[in-house]
Design a protein around this ligand. Sequence first.
Ligand SMILES: C[S@@+](CC[C@H](N)C(=O)[O-])C[C@H]1O[C@@H](n2cnc3c(N)ncnc32)[C@H](O)[C@@H]1O
Length: 341
Amino acid sequence: MKKLPSTENSYAPLHEMAMAPIRSRMLMAGIEMGIFDELTGFRPAGEIAEAIDAHKDNTERFLNALVTIGLVDKKNGLYRNRPAFSEFLVRRSPTYLGELLQMIEHMCLEPLDGLVGLVKDGPSSTTGQNDFASAELWARATRYSAAWVTGGAGSLMAGIVGELPEFKGFRRLLDLGGGHGMFALYFVDAHPSMTGVIFDRSAVVAVAEEFIREYGMQERLSVLAGDYLTDDIGENYDFIWACSTLNFARHDLDALFAKVKRALNPGGVFAALQDGMTHDQTRPAVMLGHLGDSMREDRDLSFEQGQIGDAMLRCGFRSVRSRTVRTPMGELDLDIARKDR
Ligand SMILES: C[S@@+](CC[C@H](N)C(=O)[O-])C[C@H]1O[C@@H](n2cnc3c(N)ncnc32)[C@H](O)[C@@H]1O
């Protein structure tokens, strides 16, 4: 008799990986149909089906599956959003993430549709719409990407920055490559009198202006349009903040940091919140989001942990203190540089 196969290992993780897309498809389908808008209180499946104009039995199957993956609660045959996620999935909520999650799917998952081709044949850039470094992409994506700040990162970083010993003395901040400007809004909100400027390309700062108006901060925040690699970024700042933007200046970091240092008042602080790859370019896992783009464009925009801090010191900042911050979108490195008094 032929020996039957046996193994000491478990393939459970492989099975989990194979099944993982089911969860993300369900989440995205739920967002697309607005089903979570209908689930702020316990309701029967039939009522939900009617509200979203859908097939009754399949709505019930879908709702049961949403319970399985932990997005919805079921009690006595009635369904309701899981309270911990409801504010992020209900469209009228100020911390709604639906469009941001759709953007993540579009930018991070769709490029992987051609993964085999990318591995076998190499980059396939069509100078595409989803090129991570393109100005057009950020003009389109800015409004939705604000949700990552309103959804938690804004309060988190305002808490950390608010504890800097210099914070109370800050009079003027610059949010460099600030996009929507939501970080500047949270920082200014945490301070009694600080004013600030959001610097980004013109199509992008138009969106920041809308947010400034929405939160009634016109007296304290303004915008400046330009390219920070080639244009003047202003001066007399006590605090310069740069989040998830230095990737686009990777090739000219020293020139940009020298400009940042000149724009700071004596004793000023420059803080950068960025990705920082560790373990020989293999972690953190959040960087998988850039896999498709980097393969397609034949370009790596990520930083190695310490690379930003090294550049800050090289450019003459007096000291750099670094820490890793766990954000809802994964781990990022915060490098805080100080200019001489
Ligand atoms: C990933 S978004 C980050 C936005 C915001 N700081 C945040 O953390 O959510 C990158 C931003 O950098 C801006 N950016 C990239 N290169 C730039 C340049 N050379 N001059 C001005 N802004 C730039 C983009 O327009 C975009 O708004």
